[in-house]
Design a protein around this ligand. Structure first.
Ligand code: SAM
Ligand code: SF4
Length: 328
C-alpha cells in the first residue's frame, strides 16, 4: 500500500483529464483562452485507465476526476464508467464548473459517479460573470446543480473560492442557500495557484472570518469529519437545516493528514498541490515499462511526498503551473 516517509497512507487520487476550460476564473486561469496542451500531449483514456488500475493495486480507493473542465473532453462518460468498474475503487467523484451538467448529470450517475462538486463563486449573475470571465453562464450552472440533485449525485457540494474584493460579501447568502436547498456549501480559501499571480495574503478570506460571518446569524455546530484526511471543517446549523464546509489550506493547513496524489492531463504525477517538481509517469508508461515497474516508480515517488505546502514560509515559491493545469 502507498505510504510516504512521514507515515501517511495515500489512498486518494485526483486525475485531471484536460487543461482546457470554457471559463477563465480570475483565481485559476489566465485571461488567454488558448493556453492549453496539444491533444497528443494528453494521456489517452486507455493510459489513464491503466494508471488507475495500477494505483488501485497500490491501495488507491477514491478517485476524483477534475481538470480544467473535465466534462469538456470527448469520451468522458465512458471513461467514468470504466473507472467505476476498477476493482478497489469505492468512491468516484467529479469536480466541474457545472456548465455541461444539465446534459451530463444523468449519464454520469449511470456511469457510477457517486458525487459532484460544482464551483460557484457568486449567486449574482453579473458577479459570477466577472469572476468566471464568462458572461451568461450563471443560469446554466444553476440548472446544472438542479440536474445533479435530480440525478441523485448528492450531496452536491458547491465550491466557493472566496477572494477579497470579489465575493466575500456573499458568505451569508451562500449559507442561506445551503439551508434552503439540499446542498453542502464549501468555502475555500484562495490559494497561490492563480495564473495572474494576483494572490496575496490580504486577499485570503480566512476560516475564522468565514465562521465569524455566519455563526452570529445562523449558529453553527461542528460536525465530525467523515475521515481523518478530509480537507473541510464541517459545520451544521443549530436548527439542523443544511451544512457548510470550510477548506482552509492557508490559515489552517491540513498537510499532516494528507492522503492525496495527483496526475495531470499530460501524465505528470504530483505528490502535492504545491509540488515544484513533477514526475513524468506518462512517459514511463509509454517507454514500455511493465505494470510492476510503473508501480515501483510510483511507490518511490510517493515515499518522498513533501511534508506539506510552504505557503506560510517566507521562501514560498508558487508552482510554475496553475490550478487549471494541475487539477483542483
Ligand atoms: N473546472 C472545474 C471546476 O471549476 O470545478 C474543475 C477544475 S477547478 C481547477 C477545481 C477547483 O479548484 C474549483 O473548485 C476551483 O474553484 C478551485 N480553484 C481553482 N483555483 C483556485 C485557487 N487559486 N485557490 C483555491 N481554489 C482554486
Ligand atoms: Fe475553469 Fe474550473 Fe479553473 Fe474556473 S476554476 S477556470 S471553471 S478550471
Amino acid at each position: 500500500m502507498l505510504q510516504d516517509s512521514y507515515g501517511r497512507d495515500i489512498h486518494d487520487l485526483r486525475i485531471s483529464v484536460t487543461d482546457r476550460c470554457n471559463f477563465r476564473c480570475v483565481y485559476c486561469k489566465s485571461a488567454d483562452p488558448r493556453n492549453y496542451s496539444p491533444h497528443h500531449n494528453l494521456l489517452t483514456w486507455e493510459e489513464f485507465l491503466r494508471l488507475a488500475r495500477i494505483m488501485a493495486g497500490l491501495g488507491i480507493r477514491k478517485i476524483r476526476v477534475t481538470g480544467g473542465e473535465p466534462l469538456l473532453r470527448d469520451g468522458i462518460i465512458d471513461f467514468l464508467a470504466r473507472l467505476s468498474e476498477i476493482e478497489g475503487i469505492n468512491d468516484l467523484a467529479v469536480t466541474t464548473n457545472g456548465y455541461l451538467l444539465t446534459e451530463k448529470a444523468g449519464e454520469m450517475a449511470r456511469a457510477g459517479v457517486r458525487r459532484v462538486n460544482v464551483s460557484m463563486d457568486s449567486a449574482r449573475p453579473e458577479k459570477f460573470a466577472a469572476i468566471s470571465r464568462t458572461p451568461g453562464s450563471f443560469e446554466r450552472v444553476l440548472r446544472g446543480v438542479d440536474a445533479a440533485l435530480e440525478a441523485g449525485l448528492g450531496p452536491v457540494k458547491i465550491n466557493v473560492v472566496l477572494v477579497r474584493g470579489f465575493n466575500e460579501g456573499e458568505i451569508l447568502g451562500f449559507a442561506k442557500l445551503a439551508r434552503e436547498k439540499n446542498l453542502v456549501v464549501r468555502f475555500i480559501e484562495f490559494m497561490p495557484l492563480d495564473a495572474d499571480h494576483a494572490w496575496n495574503r490580504a486577499r485570503v478570506v480566512t476560516a475564522e472570518e468565514i465562521f465569524g460571518a455566519i455563526d452570529p446569524v445562523f449558529p453553527l455546530v461542528e460536525l465530525p469529519r467523515h475521515e481523518a484526511s478530509e480537507t473541510a471543517l464541517r459545520f451544521g446549523f443549530a436548527d439542523g437545516k443544511g451544512e457548510i464546509g470550510i477548506v482552509a489550506p492557508v490559515s489552517m493547513p491540513f498537510c499532516g493528514q494528507c492522503s492525496r496524489i495527483r496526475v495531470t492531463a499530460d501524465g505528470k504525477l504530483r505528490t502535492c498541490l504545491f509540488s515544484l517538481a513533477e514526475h513524468n509517469v506518462g512517459r514511463v508508461m509509454r517507454s514500455g515499462a511493465s505494470d510492476a515497474e510503473v508501480q515501483k516508480y510510483i511507490e518511490r515517488l510517493v515515499y518522498h511526498k513533501e511534508p506539506g505546502h510552504r505557503i506560510n514560509e517566507p521562501d514560498f515559491v508558487q508552482p510554475s503551473r496553475t490550478m487549471v493545469y494541475i487539477g483542483g
